[in-house]
Design a protein. Structure first.
Length: 260
């Protein structure tokens, strides 16, 4: 038996053996602890790896047992996928792919419900007309809200990979706003002609984009079209019994179902 080795992974300590860490020689850990790649030390002399400490638990357990064991309510598949890709443990990569296929099959039947709301509000802003000359202006702005519920967590993650907020000059995926795996609320505004770019940031106004098309969503009609496109590519179809035709045509309620 080799001497225990303590790892500091992103601030979380794990103790294991050299034989466990090198059980897959072609992996990143195998290279690090066989001397092919130099390792870093923390202030206590522990081997330091600047990766997610919480997720490393599942990776270390796989090294010990060759089984990928995840809790039933595990909600961090994306993060686990990135960590597994970093450590490059090929059997673990294959086990994760099998797990994702298994989860996808478990979500064959699914429901998607979206409730939409729109209002108009007036924004006031300052326009610089000359170096020392400013004028106060105002304009009406369309404000949108979409409350999305789906029994398929994977679909909401797919939606999160397609829709992005534009704020402070940057695009950020709406998946970072997914606090509940089955619920997502989006709030955004349409662009206003003449409103300076810095005013969107100053007034905390987010706009919504579809990637990779780089298409801005300035109306509910465009939003509905894009969501339908994404949903139908994932096997959803319009529920013929709900909602009422008038609500659907007025873009108030969208309900889709999926049977596989």
């Amino acid at each position: 038996m080799s001497e225990p080795i303590t790892l500091n992974v992103g601030g979380k300590l794990y103790t294991t053996s050299l034989s466990t860490l090198t059980s897959f020689p072609d992996s990143m850990l195998g290279a690090m602890f066989s001397g092919k790649i130099p390792t870093k030390k923390d202030s206590q002399g522990n081997c330091f790896i600047d990766r997610d400490g919480k997720i490393f638990r599942y990776i270390l357990n796989f090294l010990r047992t060759s089984h990928l064991d995840l809790p039933e309510d595990f909600q961090e598949m994306g993060l686990l996928r990135r960590e597994v890709d970093f450590y490059q443990i090929q059997p673990l990569i294959e086990a994760l792919q099998e797990k994702e296929v298994e989860l996808s099959k478990a979500e064959k039947n699914a429901m998607l419900n979206i409730t939409l709301d729109q209002k108009t509000q007036t924004v006031h802003f300052t326009v610089r007309e000359a170096p020392q000359i400013y004028s106060l202006s105002s304009s009406n702005m369309e404000v949108f809200s979409a409350h999305i519920f789906s029994t398929s967590c994977l679909f909401l993650k797919l939606l999160g990979s397609k829709l992005y907020y534009c704020f402070n000059g940057n695009l950020s995926s709406i998946s970072s706003y997914l606090q509940d795996p089955n619920h997502l609320t989006l709030d955004w505004v349409a662009s206003v002609e003449g409103l300076p770019e810095e005013e969107y940031t100053k007034q905390n106004l987010k706009r919504l984009w579809v990637v990779p098309d780089n298409k801005q969503i300035n109306s509910f009609q465009v939003f509905v079209e894009e969501v339908l496109k994404i949903a139908m590519s994932d096997g959803f179809c319009i529920d013929s019994s709900h909602p009422l035709n008038s609500d659907f045509m007025n873009n108030k309620i969208i309900r889709l179902i999926r049977y596989k």
